[in-house]
Design a protein around this ligand. Sequence first.
Ligand SMILES: Nc1ncnc2c1ncn2[C@@H]1O[C@H](COP(=O)(O)OP(=O)(O)OP(=O)(O)O)[C@@H](O)[C@H]1O
Ligand SMILES: CC(=O)N[C@H]1[C@@H]2OC[C@@H](O2)[C@@H](O)[C@@H]1O[C@H](C)C(=O)O
Length: 395
Amino acid sequence: MTRVIGLISGTSVDGIDAALVEISGTELDLKIELLAGETYPYPPALREKILAVCANSAISMAELGELDDTIAQVFAQAAQRVQTNHPKAELIGSHGQTVYHRPPQQNSLGYSLQLGRGEVIAQLTGINTISNFRVADIACGGQGAPLVSRIDAFLLSHPTEHRCIQNIGGIGNVTYLPPRSQENWLQSVCGWDTGPGNSLLDLAVQYFTDGSKSYDKKGEWAATGTPCLPLIKKWLKQPFFQEPPPKSTGRELFGVDYFQQCLADIKEYELSSGDFLATLTELTVASIVQSYNNFLPKMPDRVLICGGGSRNLYLKKRLETNLNQNSGIKIPVLTTDEVGMSADYKEAIAFAVLAYWRNQGIPGNLTQVTGAQKEVTLGNIHLVTNGLRVSIESC
Ligand SMILES: Nc1ncnc2c1ncn2[C@@H]1O[C@H](COP(=O)(O)OP(=O)(O)OP(=O)(O)O)[C@@H](O)[C@H]1O
Ligand SMILES: CC(=O)N[C@H]1[C@@H]2OC[C@@H](O2)[C@@H](O)[C@@H]1O[C@H](C)C(=O)O
């Protein structure tokens, strides 16, 4: 048994998800128990700064260094807090905060930058920390994302059922899991980023409320509207949705500029705010279903959703309806909670497992998902240096 803390702040930039887990086994016998999970919102000024950087605002090198360390400090605090009332963790796996992601192009490797450097987290917490999980995969020609697929495979596959594990965060990603009894089971797992999750919806809510609300709770506002189907048809023709996997994306594509284009596109139609939110929800849903139709070997028996979007009941209902209309069969949409995996902390748990695997020399990527040329161990190791005088209070 190893006690590991997993930390991540995703593309929604809403705060740090921290999970304290006990991990045993290696791959087929991998087991995790979630001892504690908590989300620690960013201080508002720090969130604004990160969102500005993600949206291309200029920053000096000195400011970049400062931002990197400030993020590391709040990640270290999250690690300290999540283990309150528990014995100290032995290891931290920290994804950090993505501020820029560029998939590989024909003649160049991808580039993905996560802030919140691991060495600061290690010194502040006194716990060995692994960070920078994406670079080794990218160095092998991979997208560096999605990385959760290998963990999904070992923790969520079923003996006889074909499953899709659909994350709906800022961005959406899917892992398709054939039954474990199938020959070449692990090689048949596939996955990719499906496109926008909640990123455009959140921007729309902020736009309509002048920033007083950041998201549409349970999707209640969107549920008052009707999706504009001609717009969905037009938007789905965009290159990202047509591209076959391996593929990954981020706020660089589905961020502020994309949202402005959506706003311009709706001018042709007379849409209420509810209609617009319903239309953006439908884009998330239809892009997921279209990618299943185009790129999966077979429609799943069941879809398990996770991430903040799993709390959006309107989105969940639309996903179920759209899947049924497309496949002609009833494909239940449940949350991963319903099979014993926390829908809120699955990504944080995944980075705890990746750190654990890194320590044991077990690869973290699936080459058919990221497109990397080979399986590699992921993450840079930062050991605690005795005698260094840093403390959370002094930062
Ligand atoms: N109760 C709720 N009702 C509706 N939507 C919700 C609810 N709670 C969270 N969300 C949505 O989920 C989003 C956050 O999801 P999550 O934390 O999974 O994203 P993330 O991890 O930052 O993104 P990614 O997985 O792309 O890295 C919020 O911005 C919001 O849009
Ligand atoms: C560059 C980056 O941070 N990508 C994230 C983001 O959030 C969702 C989607 O885009 C995803 O594939 C990836 O994260 C998850 C944790 C992953 O690598 O599996």
